[in-house]
Design a protein around this ligand. Structure first.
Ligand code: B12
Length: 244
């Protein structure tokens, strides 16, 4: 891949990722992530770009969630993780074969199990890659699918053309705050990103509720999904009728 062919190659790589089953893809400049806490601390050093990839979960899956997560959501969130991990692995090999060192970061790993930190925040990468903004539920909200996406990151030396972040569009909407069964969402907006997760959430309340939900038969992880279900973005389904 020649540097002077930036736009063509960026489009080609993005297309390839979509063909592999992703629904959204964007590119962040690693320089814009330098203030991000990462593990190990030199994780980003060899790389120039971070590719953010999203797979959506269908609205109907979230509609099986009432005041607690459903076993159906439990099942398919794991499948979406596998799809994302597979895409990240495959595109890393594609880029490597073109001469660019590329590192897939797992969808859902906790490197700091005590404080609940992944090796890199996929949400921060997604935001800087223009996939969406950080909503009041602390999650990435995409215009197309709301928060009904899961994310993965590929770090690469390939100088792909970076995308630009998009503005927060939550406005006065408080649906996620009002529906949260733990009353964990404070309802505070951010123009760019929260300095700390406690700015958006009563984090311990969210954690306690997730631990409670883990006791439900059929729920094997720290799952909820209620704030995701109500997000109005992407709920209008073109061509799909609810009633026949
Ligand atoms: C540990 C973890 C948890 C923990 C802690 C969550 C947390 N908020 O930290 C627990 C178990 C509580 C949890 C719960 C959930 N999680 Co979780 N979780 C993770 C995991 C593995 C690591 C997150 C992490 O490192 N957090 C550390 C904090 C500090 O970072 P943060 O949450 O990203 O928020 C900060 C940054 O984003 C930063 N930021 C944003 N933009 C920018 C830009 C720059 C330049 C900088 C410097 C910073 C910055 O601002 C925030 C405040 O500091 C990620 C996967 C991953 N590797 O990213 C999934 C992940 C965040 N979880 C996810 C989901 C969906 C959930 C749940 C809804 C559960 C579920 N599946 O039903 C709940 C929602 C809770 C909530 N409202 O936040 C998704 C989010 C998808 C999305 N659309 O945003 C992720 C990305 C998994 C995935 N691969 O898709 N999770």
């Amino acid at each position: 891949m020649k540097n002077k062919k930036f736009p063509e190659n960026t489009e080609r790589i993005k297309r390839r990722i979509i063909e592999m089953g992703a629904n959204l893809v964007g590119i962040a400049d690693v320089n814009d992530l330098r203030d991000l806490k990462v593990y190990p601390t030199d994780l980003l050093k060899p790389f120039a770009r971070a590719i953010s990839i999203a797979v959506q979960l269908p609205i109907a899956i979230f509609d099986t969630i009432s005041d607690r997560p459903s076993s159906l959501y439990n099942h398919f969130y794991k499948i979406s993780n596998s799809i994302l991990d597979e895409i990240a692995l495959r595109i890393s090999v594609v880029l490597q074969n073109e001469g660019f060192s590329s590192l897939p970061i797992p969808t859902s790993d906790y490197v700091d199990k005590e404080n609940f930190y992944g090796s890199i925040s996929h949400k921060a990468v997604a935001r800087m890659a223009g996939l969406g903004w950080q909503g009041k539920n602390l999650l990435i909200i995409t215009p197309q699918f709301g928060s009904r996406v899961r994310l993965v990151t590929v770090l690469t030396t390939a100088l792909l053309l970076p995308d630009v972040p998009i503005k927060n569009r939550c406005g006065d909407c408080m649906l996620c705050r009002d529906v949260c069964p733990a009353k964990a969402i404070k309802g505070v907006n951010t123009e760019d990103h929260y300095k700390d997760r406690n700015e958006a959430l009563h984090f311990s309340k969210c954690l306690e509720k997730l631990a409670e939900f883990m006791e439900i038969p059929g729920i094997s992880g720290r799952l909820c999904g209620i704030c995701i279900r109500v997000c109005p973005f992407g709920r209008k389904r073109k061509g799909i009728k609810d009633e026949i």
